[in-house]
Write a protein of this length. Structure first.
Length: 511
């Protein structure tokens, strides 16, 4: 008993000495921004709501110098880690740092904004902590070419993953649409990098899950904006027809296809969250269930497309382009929905969904989401085994599925996509759970996700997790496959003590 108490006192002494050391290290920081040890709760939460790890402190930096100072202080400490937090929209605690320093990148959101013209091309220099919706607002008459569906995400957060939406078939993900970054490395160095300058850091950081540095500025490619968008949804009963048409559209050259191509699976029922009523684009439109082909099964497929146009374009010319493209598709007659909306309204379309979900409590409830990239070779089997069987009652939210083109993804980045073929599909199971409900409990949904991943492995599908989450380095090695050696080498070069983004659970902090 005495030995136990002695050990207890000794351990507590050691812990409190370490605590004092850490406080001293943090207090020695000469930040222009602020450090908060008390109200740290926000950094222990994310959109997923599945994990919670308390940091030692939140730093609200004034700029890259503050971030570099915090990283250098962590390097001097025995065990501190540092996580950049974008808007905390991760699912599995990726932006958390247990007992470490969380850098609130939103504090730097306004730090950079400049339109740059080079060789006749337009770019915007924006802060890594800026939200994409703020980038959109500031780029009057110009806009980034590649988006995410939801714009309340930060530039640095999506570039550290990929950033995918219905424009990616043409321009690639957001990580293929930047030409220069400013990065604070895990050694506290502030470096500018691009294809030609510090290129290992540039390509490593894109899709690099925050492992090599904290992105403080990005130079984003721009295009001039259309005024309007014709936004269209058409419905299919057969997966084969749906994929045939979606692939036909994404393979057509620029100028002779739609400007946006996505798709989703929904339940062939009147279920208010998963069924027919999720398809019409406007409250005045009605889904006529008698138009569903009699051969339809448990689930149906919706192709969602959009065409850009200017106010000065004749309506009949827009109709002609739309009708000639739709005329080639095999969707169910009478299950076509369309609206004309302003371009900005189209890009901000998920704002309304967010407001609704906030009002009914599902925005703040857990979100056990699963995102994957699956090769074209295996997508029909995935449909048969997963959409048509395991998920035939839906997931309580959108089930996205649409094709992407390998040639638009830069293989030099850290992003992982399936090994084979030009076409692969993104599959996103965006589960919303009702607040205060125990049934189905979140654990069941997480284990259903695991079951789907296991099934893909067992069947030998060619797939990768997007926004990946693994707990062991062995799993990460498998995920990165033949890119692991480069990933590991980049870590040794740019963050040798494994200070950065500990929430990804790829590397352990070196004492
Ligand atoms: P966080 O979740 O805060 O951070 C993500 C990771 O990046 C963490 O490891 C963090 O440490 C690191 N990080 C954050 N900032 C930086 C930085 N400046 N430099 C280096 N590392 C950094 N993804 C898509 O591709 N397409 C979509 O359409 C899409 N829609 C979404 C809709 C919703 C409602 C949600 C919740 C997520 C969506 N996502 C989508 C996923 C999104 O891309 C990721 O959640 C991503 O992590 C961005 O979120 P964030 O900016 O909040 O970053």
């Amino acid at each position: 008993m005495i030995a136990y108490i002695e050990r207890f006192i000794h351990e507590n002494d050691t812990e409190s000495r370490q605590g004092d050391d850490l406080s001293n290290i943090c207090q020695s920081l000469d930040l222009q921004g602020t450090i908060d040890y008390v109200a740290t709760g926000i950094a222990a939460k994310d959109f997923g709501g599945l994990y919670s790890f308390n940091p030692l402190a939140i730093i609200r930096p004034a700029g890259a110098d503050d971030i570099a100072m915090a990283v250098k202080a962590a390097c001097r400490s025995p065990n501190l880690t540092v996580a950049a937090r974008g808007n905390g929209h991760s699912i599995n605690g990726q932006a958390m740092a247990e007992g470490g320093l969380v850098i609130d990148m939103r504090a730097t959101g306004e730090n950079h904004f400049k339109i740059v013209t080079m060789n006749g091309e337009m770019f915007a220099d924006v802060s890594g902590g800026a939200l994409w919706e703020d980038v959109l607002k500031r780029c009057v008459n110009l806009a980034p070419r590649s988006w995410t569906d939801y714009l309340g995400l930060t530039v640095g957060g999506t570039l550290s993953n990929a950033g995918v939406s219905g424009q990616a078939f043409r321009y690639g993900p957001q990580s293929s649409n930047v030409t220069e970054l400013d990065v604070v490395t895990g050694k506290g160095d502030i470096l500018t990098c691009s294809e030609t300058e510090n290129s290992e850091l540039f390509f490593g950081a894109l899709g690099g899950l925050g492992q090599f540095g904290i992105i403080t500025r990005a130079r984003v490619k721009l295009q001039s904006t259309p005024d309007m968008v014709r936004w269209i949804r058409v419905v299919y009963s057969e997966f084969e027809d749906f994929t045939h048409d979606a692939e036909w559209l994404v393979n057509r050259p620029d100028g002779v296809s739609f400007d946006y191509v996505e798709g989703f699976v929904f339940v062939n029922s009147d279920d208010p969250v998963n069924g027919w009523c999720t398809v019409p684009l406007d409250p005045s439109q009605r889904f006529d269930q008698t138009a569903i082909p009699p051969t339809a099964g448990y689930v149906l497929y919706c192709l969602e497309v959009a065409l850009h146009y200017q106010n000065s374009d004749h309506r009949s010319a827009v109709d002609m382009v739309v009708n000639s493209l739709l005329g080639r598709l095999r969707f169910a007659k009478d299950l076509k929905f369309q609206v004309d909306v302003a371009y900005v309204e189209f890009l901000l379309r998920l704002k309304r969904v967010e407001e609704h979900a906030r009002a009914n409590g599902t925005w703040d409830s857990p979100h056990p989401w699963l995102n994957m990239f699956i090769s074209k070779r295996d997508i029909a089997d995935f449909d048969r085994m997963v959409f048509k069987k395991l998920l035939k009652e839906g997931v309580g939210g959108p089930m996205l599925v649409y094709p992407l083109l390998r040639s638009k993804w830069d293989d030099r980045t850290s992003v992982m996509i399936p090994a084979e073929g030009e076409i692969f599909y993104i599959v996103a199971l965006l589960r919303f759970t009702p607040p205060y409900s125990k049934d189905p409990c979140v654990e069941k949904l997480v284990s259903q996700n695991q079951e789907i991943v296991q099934l893909c492995m067992k069947e030998g599908f060619d797939f990768k997790l997007y926004l990946p989450h693994y707990k062991s380095q062995e799993d990460w090695k498998r995920h990165f496959g033949n890119k692991w050696l480069r990933f590991d080498k980049n870590k040794a070069n740019f963050d040798p003590m494994a200070i950065l983004a500990p929430g990804q659970k790829i590397f352990k902090r070196i004492n």
